[in-house]
Design a protein around this ligand. Structure first.
Ligand code: 5AD
Ligand code: SF4
Length: 468
């Protein structure tokens, strides 16, 4: 993934997550997840479906009777990474476990369908993101017949709302809660509407029930997930609940529960939503607001439905309604026919907004998208790379400057666990989603602690605990 290494990652494709608990069960499944938070959340649903049907989960690939890889298709390099992993898994099957079953789940399964069986010999299952309920049947069928099986049916209704996810890789403090699936936006560069289908919202009752159970289990933070969360809309008893209302209702589950969400589309970020941020102390003062580009013509070609000025107007509105709100974004470098001046507009927008964090990517053409059909992927690779590195360097500078302004300020941090470098130190995030490291003292995971910042890098704040 093209991303500066010391900026925290939202969807770190380079770090697959493996199933870590070993439950008892006749057939052991090893589940590995690539891609975005939505995939992590989907794997928790898959784990639940499998366990309900008598399968065990193992964190050791060597012990597995079934290996499932939950895949990402958003950029070519994400797919290449999965293919490399599949080659390793196939070698393991050939040399050690001829009876092993290998399954490909998620977006790559949906994009490539039966072709995947041709391309990746020895794959036994191909299962799309709306077909996970069918996994036990499919596993049974391939075990019985020895034939490869495929279900890539997309659904207009499936939200898995009755399934309690097994959060096998969680810190016990922060959880993902999926609220909607699919995307109807059709941004011209994006494969997601093809791999995840049409938008549909999960029932508000099942979302609130899940959040209440999480609080009872000791969780202190939920990140509400969807491809396009602001489109959430659920009709109940003749009235429709929209996204601001949903966030408000989740925030009432417990004052000790922090509420975040991802990903939102700037076109639907309403004043109602911003007011919920202002009024509810536990709705975090942070929004991920992907701009993608700083030039209005490019935004048109990207089919983002807002102009540069409209986006800047939204940022101004957000900062007026919620003073101190932190903003992060996604940016694509080198999209079709991008000129040097258009690229400069991205840099100038970044200087104007001064994001706290950014996730930055080189454009990667995806088959069948509007851009692939209508435009030429004509910015040379070296130019794309250079533009991306200018964007990354600028963001790194801005993140550092923003963090330096934090020195001397106090924040309330939710303790997430030991810091990466030392067991004597803990880490957690501010309300504004900044990572903070501080002395352990008698603190534990799940505590809220008041800290004062004394030092920083572009990615992390260092702080001391404020006594009393
Ligand atoms: N090439 C590069 N980046 C992409 N994204 C989506 N599709 C592509 C693509 N074809 C980025 C967008 C999106 C983020 C999740 O991934 O910035 O917001
Ligand atoms: Fe892709 Fe655009 Fe939908 Fe995001 S909003 S998933 S970028 S089509």
């Amino acid at each position: 993934m093209s991303l500066i290494s010391d900026i925290p990652v939202l969807d770190d494709l380079d770090a697959p997550r493996a199933s870590t608990v070993r439950a008892t069960g006749e057939i052991q499944v090893y589940l590995e997840t690539y891609g975005c938070q939505m995939n992590v959340s989907d794997s928790e649903i898959v784990a639940s479906i499998l366990k309900e049907n008598g399968y065990g989960l193992t964190g050791r690939l060597e012990d597995a009777d079934v290996i499932l890889i939950n895949t990402c298709a958003i950029r070519e390099n994400a797919e290449q990474k999965v293919r490399r992993r599949l080659a390793e898994v196939r070698a393991h099957k050939r040399h050690n476990r001829p009876d092993l079953k290998i399954g490909v789940l998620g977006c790559m399964a949906e994009r490539l369908r039966e072709n995947l069986l041709e391309q990746e010999k020895l794959v036994d299952l191909v299962v799309g993101p709306d077909a996970y309920r069918d996994l036990p049947r499919l596993l049974g069928e391939t075990a019985d017949t020895g034939q490869a099986v495929v279900n890539v049916q997309l659904s207009r209704e499936e939200t898995y709302d009755d399934i309690t996810p097994i959060r096998y890789d969680s810190n016990g403090i922060s959880a993902f809660v999926s609220i909607m699936r699919g995307c109807d936006n059709m941004c011209s560069f994006c494969v997601v509407p093809f791999t995840r289908g049409r938008e549909r919202s999960r029932s508000i009752t099942s979302i609130l029930d899940e959040c209440t159970s999480l609080v009872d289990e000791g969780y202190r933070e939920v990140t509400v997930l969807g491809q396009n969360v602001n489109s959430y809309r659920f009709r109940q008893n003749g009235t429709a609940v929209d996204f601001p209302e949903l966030i408000h209702r989740i925030s009432l589950v417990s004052d000790d529960l922090r509420v975040r969400y991802s990903t939102s589309h700037p076109k639907d970020c309403s004043d109602d939503l911003l007011n919920v941020h202002r009024e509810r102390a536990n709705v975090c003062n942070y929004i991920h607001l992907p701009v993608q580009h700083g030039n209005t013509d490019m935004l048109k070609r990207m089919r983002r439905t807002y102009s540069r000025d409209e986006y800047l107007g939204l940022v101004e509105r957000a900062r007026k309604i919620v003073p101190g709100i932190a903003l992060s974004t996604d940016i694509i470098a080198g999209f079709c026919a991008e000129t040097e001046e258009e690229h400069q507009d991205t840099l100038s927008l970044m200087r104007e907004v001064r994001y706290d964090q950014a996730y930055m990517f080189m454009y990667s053409e995806r088959p069948d998208t509007y851009a692939a059909r209508k435009f030429k992927d004509d910015v040379p690779e070296v130019v794309k790379k250079r533009r991306l590195s200018e964007i990354i360097a600028l963001q790194s500078q801005i993140s550092l400057q923003n963090n330096k302004k934090e020195i001397g300020r106090e924040h309330t941090v939710l303790v997430e666990g030991p810091s990466r470098r030392s067991n004597d130190q803990l880490s957690g995030r501010t309300d504004t989603n900044k990572m903070v490291v501080f002395d352990r003292r008698a603190l534990k995971k799940g505590d809220y602690v008041r800290v004062r910042v004394h030092d920083c890098t572009s990615a992390t704040l260092r702080a001391e605990v404020v006594d009393g």
